[in-house]
Structure formats: structure tokens, C-alpha cells
Design a protein around this ligand. Structure first.
Ligand code: ZN
Length: 421
């Protein structure tokens, strides 16, 4: 395969750096680097050294986000943000999140000392995965002013609060408000591995994210009558598990015939749960996602109706409760259009897609125009040590990013934008 216009060496460095960061871990046997853990200090030291060489100004804000600023050609100019997260799940790969930070530094390096009409702030978020405190996006939430007392009081498994963890890392929780974005931000860009099989299936290196899907999570409870498996004839049963099973297949059928919907029943439990007893109760969860809120809501309404009608026909009842409702987040249309041009200039198919997973861009989009570029994920494998990237894809992403910076630097429309922060 043809490699990308002079970016191969830089891509090699980016990949080697990601692999290096993967060695900073809480576990001896694999990569695990959760929010404000000791190895995050080592990670910061390493990433900081790469940014300092490029003349970037470094800081760590009060929730532990590492921030490096590459100045604009003239003082007082606005800035763009490019970043992703530096924390990982347990037994992680080397690229989820990390690649977006390291690639941003690579882009600054590719400028070879040239300064643009805007500054570039590279962001390495301290927390995205939600592993330590069960709450994701703590890093990016600080930038939009959404770290509150309730969050600071939350405790990890060892009983350490977010506030204490911040102090333990050598930071001051009273300074969190200083992490909030100022009104000089033109936009946020995030490069991230796709973490799915779509781009690989299509045979394309890059994807343009148009929206991050909204999602609902619910728990359904089917209640019937538990009874003897031998003495109760089939026509006199109120089998809660059979009702749940029929509904689970209906969930799959509806999602299969409704474009863009993904729906999953990932947990089911029957009570009393004995081989010779008809189940009197069955609980099942539902996770449903779609890039449009309307598409998601319509499908969800239909699945609730189906649960009720299947249950009624079988003489059982169905109840549900909502555990999570999160709306879809559209990426900025101007930036997305610019990415589309840049992807084509890099010689790639400008494939537009939705992100089925949440990302920091979703949080930043609350305050600033945000956009995302996906890189093909070999085998669709992520959150696993086998997670990988193709050298040529990283080179293409760098080439695309460089085109994008050049386009934005020349765009009066972009530079004249006023920020919502
Ligand atoms: Zn990620």
C-alpha cells in the first residue's frame, strides 16, 4: 500500500510513543492507568518532554488534565483545542485515547516551528473511561464547568473521594474553576480509533464522525407465577422467562429492520432460577442507541409496547425503569465539512459515520464547536492488549490533520467565528 506523503516517519514515532506510554501502568502484567493514579505522573512527564521540545507551554489543571499550548503567530489570537484522554481501562490497549493526544503533538511537530493565526492547545484528559469513580469524562467535564460538589465527594473502591484523589496527586480542588474554557476557543478536534469494525469492513483508513449517538439504558421486569415444572400444564403457565425471551428476540428483530438502531439485551436473570421451576420473574436490561434522538425514541417506544403486549398475551406483567437517557450530540457542521475536504486531500474516501460510543468531544460540544476523526481499528478490537493501528492509517490521519490546520488557518469564516464558551 502507498504510504502517506512524507508522514510515515512521524507516524512511526507516534505509534512508538503510544507503545511507550502503555508501559506506565498500575498493573505489572498489562496496561491500567486510571484517573490520578501514580503512573499518570510518569505518563505526564513523558508527554511533557515531547511537548516542551516543540516550545509548548505546559500546565496541569486541577483535575489533572495535561495541557500544552503552542502559541499563535501573534499574541492575543484565538486557539483551537486538539486532544483526547490519557487514562485507560484495565488490561487496555495502547491506542484508545492516547493516540489522539500523541497524534496532536505529532501535528504540532509537523508545523516545523511555523505558527498559525490561532494557537493550538493540546489536551491530555485525565479521565474519560469512568473506571475509578464510576463516572466518565471527569477530565473534559472540568473544561465545561461540570465538576460539582456531588462529583468531588464520590468515592472509589478504597473509600478515597475525588477531592482527596486530586489532593493526593498534588493538585488543589479549589482551583477547578480555572480549568474552564475561556471565550478564545474556536473549536475542538479529536482523533480516536473507531473501536469498531465499520471502517475495516469498508476498507477505508479514516472516518468522519457526524454525531455521537444518544442512548437509553433500561431494566425490564417480567412478573408471572413460579410453579412446578412437572405438574403445571403448558396452557396454564405464566412463565416470566419465556415472555422475556420472546421480547429479547423482538428487540433484535426491530433493531435489525430499523436503520441506524443498535439495541442490546446484555443481562438477563430468572427467579427463582432452578432447573425444575417455572420462572416467576425475569429481569432483562436494554441498551438502545441511534444517531438521532427521534429515531431512538420511536424505536424505544415500540420496544416498550412490545414488552407489554407480549407479557399480556402470556398472562404476565412487564414493568420497566429508565437507568440512563442521553441525547445524541451532533458534531459541528463547518468543522465536519472541513474534515471532509482534508480527508479527500489525503487521498481517502470521506466516509461519514456516527460514533456508537461516547467521547470527550461529546462533552466539549456543550461549549465549543467539536469534531472527530476516526481511524480504522484492525479486527475492530479495542479495550484489549490486542488493540492496534495500521502505520499507514496513522500517516493518513496526520496528513489529513495537517491539511485541516492549513485550511482552517486560511479560512476567514473560521477565524471570524465567535465562541459559545
Ligand atoms: Zn477513548
Amino acid at each position: 500500500m502507498q504510504t502517506s506523503g512524507g508522514f510515515t516517519k512521524l507516524a512511526e514515532e507516534v505509534i512508538a510513543r503510544c507503545r511507550k506510554l502503555a508501559t506506565f501502568s498500575e498493573d505489572a502484567t498489562g496496561t491500567r492507568r486510571t484517573f490520578l493514579s501514580a503512573p499518570m505522573h510518569d505518563c505526564h512527564r513523558e508527554v511533557s518532554s515531547w511537548m516542551s521540545i516543540l516550545g509548548m507551554n505546559l500546565s496541569v489543571d486541577a483535575v489533572g488534565n495535561l495541557r500544552g499550548f503552542y502559541s499563535a503567530a501573534s499574541p492575543g489570537a484565538p486557539r483551537i483545542l486538539i486532544g483526547s484522554h490519557l487514562d485507560t481501562v484495565p488490561n487496555a490497549g495502547a491506542f484508545d485515547g492516547i493516540l489522539g493526544v500523541v497524534l496532536a503533538i505529532g501535528l504540532v511537530k509537523s508545523l516545523e516551528g511555523m505558527h498559525l493565526p490561532f494557537g493550538i492547545e493540546v489536551l491530555g484528559f485525565s479521565e474519560e473511561e469512568g473506571v475509578r469513580f464510576g463516572v466518565p469524562f471527569i477530565g473534559s467535564r472540568a473544561l465545561v464547568g461540570r465538576v460539582d460538589e456531588e462529583l468531588l465527594g464520590r468515592k472509589d473502591e478504597r473509600g478515597i473521594s475525588v477531592r482527596k484523589a486530586i489532593q493526593g496527586f498534588g493538585l488543589d480542588p479549589n482551583e477547578i474553576s480555572k480549568a474552564v474554557l475561556r471565550d478564545d476557543v474556536l473549536g475542538y478536534l479529536e482523533f480516536h480509533i473507531e473501536q469498531g469494525p465499520v471502517l475495516e469492513n469498508l476498507g477505508w483508513p479514516l472516518g468522519i464522525v457526524e454525531a455521537i449517538v444518544g442512548q437509553n439504558r433500561l431494566e425490564f421486569t417480567f412478573s408471572g407465577q413460579s410453579n412446578h415444572a412437572g405438574t403445571t400444564p403448558m396452557n396454564l403457565r405464566h412463565d416470566a422467562l419465556a415472555a422475556a425471551a420472546e421480547w429479547i428476540v423482538a428487540v433484535e428483530n426491530l433493531a435489525r429492520r430499523t436503520p441506524g438502531v443498535v439495541a442490546t439485551v446484555g443481562f438477563v436473570e430468572a427467579k427463582p432460577g432452578a432447573m425444575n421451576v417455572i420462572a416467576g420473574e425475569a429481569r432483562a436490561t436494554l441498551d438502545i442507541r441511534h444517531a438521532s434522538d427521534r429515531g431512538r425514541t420511536e424505536a424505544l417506544d415500540e420496544l416498550i409496547r412490545l414488552a407489554e403486549s407480549i407479557a399480556a398475551r402470556r398472562g404476565v406483567t412487564a414493568e420497566w425503569r429508565m437507568l440512563l437517557a442521553q441525547h445524541a450530540v451532533a458534531m459541528d457542521s463547518f468543522l465536519t465539512e472541513q474534515i471532509d475536504h482534508a480527508v479527500q486531500k489525503a487521498g481517502c474516501e470521506p466516509h461519514r459515520m456516527a460514533s456508537g460510543a461516547g467521547h470527550d468531544a461529546m462533552i466539549l460540544a456543550e461549549k465549543v464547536p467539536a469534531a472527530m476523526i476516526f481511524m480504522r481499528t484492525p479486527g475492530g478490537i479495542s479495550h484489549d492488549p490486542a488493540e492496534s493501528v495500521h502505520l499507514d492509517d496513522v500517516a493518513k490521519a496526520l496528513e489529513c490533520g495537517k491539511h485541516l490546520l492549513t485550511q482552517l488557518a486560511a479560512s476567514q469564516e473560521f477565524l471570524g467565528r465567535t465562541c459559545r464558551a
